[in-house]
Design a protein around this ligand. Structure first.
Ligand SMILES: Cc1cc2nc3c(=O)[nH]c(=O)nc-3n(C[C@H](O)[C@H](O)[C@H](O)COP(=O)(O)OP(=O)(O)OC[C@H]3O[C@@H](n4cnc5c(N)ncnc54)[C@H](O)[C@@H]3O)c2cc1C
Ligand code: FES
Length: 272
């Protein structure tokens, strides 16, 4: 309980480094002792003073206290963060939520967009333990394929499958297209996925068809991050408290919403 209270207390910290990953994504690193204990799949709430507080998956957390997040510029808060420089102050709470289960057999990861961030964190933890690690990464264009160089370090030769919808890198297709043949060829023990929800829905359908366990990390609008406000609700679950990582069985229970709809800031259901 003491850990939870500490996690939810707002701390301020200075930005240690900013790295441009793509035309729309930057990685920010700062020091925070509490988030440094985060596990892959957990998220933090980053406060951009005077603007907003937003949920972000933890990309990396080290014993020396350094914590990183990869942020896509999509609106007011993320734009304001992208304008920030090294040394400027941000606030944070967290880490929040559950984390991915660490499996050691043959592992398949499927990441899209900034959803690759928590999977990269996970893959670094599993690389030395998993019997085999295959990573399928997808984006619309080559420029938006994130962390290819880092994923090459954790995946052995031939086990990183890159897809770009416009054919500018790797295979010209959606990230889900190579999965059918990968799953037909080999029995994986676990599939981990994070990215656009329609992509994850297809991955879930394939996991069920091939009877493979799956964990997916979901995004919903978040305000409190501690299960109180209800803005992140999916079916009977609150994504901030019960997730953000959900198993195939849990996703089966919310199949009327998963990959189909979410709630906006007024609680109205909108299509994804
Ligand atoms: C658990 C979790 C982990 C996330 N991890 C990452 C990450 O690692 N990198 C990253 O770039 N983004 C991540 N997001 C999404 C990120 O929180 C939103 O992009 C951000 O809040 C948008 O804020 P904005 O003011 O720039 O955009 P807005 O102008 O508010 O909105 C732009 C878009 O972002 C969505 N959005 C807005 N506010 C939120 C919110 N509080 N929660 C979720 N979605 C929102 C809206 O639906 C809209 O489509 C994550 C979201 C969740 C819930
Ligand atoms: S963000 Fe408030 S209940 Fe999840």
């Amino acid at each position: 309980m003491a850990y939870r209270i500490a996690a939810n207390q707002l701390r301020t910290t200075r930005i240690l480094s900013v790295k441009t990953e793509s035309p729309t994504v930057k990685t920010f690193t700062f020091k925070d002792k509490v988030c440094a204990r985060a596990k892959p799949g957990q998220f933090l709430m980053l406060w951009i003073p005077g603007v907003d507080e937003i949920p972000l998956s933890i990309l990396d957390a080290n014993e020396d206290g350094a914590v990183s997040v990869a942020v896509k510029k999509v609106g007011e808060a993320t734009q304001a963060l992208h304008n920030k420089k090294v040394g400027e102050i941000v606030g944070l709470r967290g880490p929040f939520g559950n984390s991915f289960t660490l499996k050691e057999g043959k592992i398949l990861m499927v990441g899209g967009g900034t959803g690759t961030a928590p999977l990269l964190f996970l893959s670094r933890k599993l690389a030395s333990k998993a019997a085999k690690l295959v990573f399928v990464i997808g984006a619309k264009t080559k420029e938006e394929l994130l962390f290819i160089d880092k994923l090459e370090e954790v995946c052995s030769e031939g086990n990183l499958v890159a897809t770009a919808e416009d054919g500018s890198y790797g295979i010209k297709c959606l990230a889900t297209t190579p999965l059918e043949s990968l799953l037909a060829k080999e029995k994986f023990e676990m599939i981990y996925t994070c990215g656009p929800e329609q992509m994850m829905r297809k991955v879930l359908d394939l996991a069920e068809k091939h009877e493979i366990a799956l964990e997916a990390s979901l995004e919903r609008l978040m305000r409190c991050a501690i299960g109180l406000c209800g803005s992140c609700v999916v079916g009977k679950y609150r994504v901030c408290r019960d997730g953000p990582v959900f198993t195939a069985n849990q996703l089966e229970e919310v199949k009327r919403e998963f990959g189909i709809s979410k709630r906006d800031f007024n609680g109205k259901r909108i299509s994804l």
